[in-house]
Design a protein around this ligand. Sequence first.
Ligand SMILES: C[S@@+](CC[C@H](N)C(=O)[O-])C[C@H]1O[C@@H](n2cnc3c(N)ncnc32)[C@H](O)[C@@H]1O
Length: 382
Amino acid sequence: MFRLAISLKIGATMRPVFPSSGKRFYKKKSWKMQRKKASSLDNFQAFYSEQFGKDWPSIMESLSQTTQHCAVVNKFSFQEEVHEKLSSTEAEFLNISIFNSHEDIQTELQLNCYFPNSSNRVRFPKQDKTSNSYFDYYLLDASSMLPVLALDIYTNNAVLDMCAAPGGKTVLVSQLLSNHGSLVASEISNTRRANLIKVIKDYIPKISKSKELVEVRNLTGHKFATYEPSTYDRVLVDAPCSSDRHNLQTNFEYSVWSEMKSKANANLQKKLLLSALQTVVPGGIVVYSTCSMSVFENDAVIDEVLSKCTQNNDLKVEVLDSQFTNQPIADMFNFQQTRNGILVLPSKTKNWGPLYFCKLQRFAVESRAEFQKDNAVSSGIQ
Ligand SMILES: C[S@@+](CC[C@H](N)C(=O)[O-])C[C@H]1O[C@@H](n2cnc3c(N)ncnc32)[C@H](O)[C@@H]1O
């Protein structure tokens, strides 16, 4: 009984307190907690210095700095007011197209953003409602735009954002759909879903009085395969992960970083990705992303899911070239091409990320067979 009382007391001192400022802090740190945090930092450093070698010290230094932001203009707001507000900042205005873009690209298939160039760090003014009551812009780490642009969304697509809160990428998808098509934003956490609903209300109008562009759900990601097989044209899996920059800067979560936890995240991530590949229509595109640098949560997840797909005759999947290097936006990021995708790594002059993404396409079984036949003929194998 006495022991239980003591452990409850220690538990209580370790619990974060949320003061009115909204900042997370700790009343008291026990020596146990301090030691755990130090060993966690050692694990983190050892793990990533092995993965990145001589590049690690500079990645770690950039990672420790606060996140930079870019501002994506809300197309549903009164945009003239937004441009007036942001043109006085030192950020540069850019139109950024979906990956599979052509010369004659429609302007809807672009994100309009104010982007700090490498030599300056911009402090954006506070976001606010414009005169049509929608918020002016969404602030985010610029690398967060990449998985959404890689989805190659077209007008009238049915899109699923499988892990949607707090809603940054939901807002970006809505910008590309521009009131045509449909978007399901699913989130299992009640508190995070409440934030998502608020973001949607602030940024995205209804298509008409009786029709919403975004439908919010609370379905766990791996159930979509069962409940809605072959349903969506595009699926985004922005998976829960070890969020390296966030963890590094937040004592509470950072104190539990370990290789084992990263592997545990990977187990859920594989289920979510496999479900995404089943809920997308044959021929549809899935983008998998994380803000972790761990190989377990990135390329290894893709490898295992691909190997599961090869054992399933009804589910044939191909990793697509993200075409990232052909885009002018490639210069805006420091990135590594990995075995299956792209890893944006923070650097001193381009301090975005970390963010990993991989683009996959589900083939219809027939078209996969055709695809293999074509390949065999062109390479002389019959
Ligand atoms: C990286 S965050 C998503 C960030 C979001 N896409 C954005 O851009 O604002 C991952 C989200 O997945 C949610 N999540 C956790 N487990 C899940 C599951 N089994 N199915 C679906 N979502 C899940 C978490 O609650 C979290 O909100």
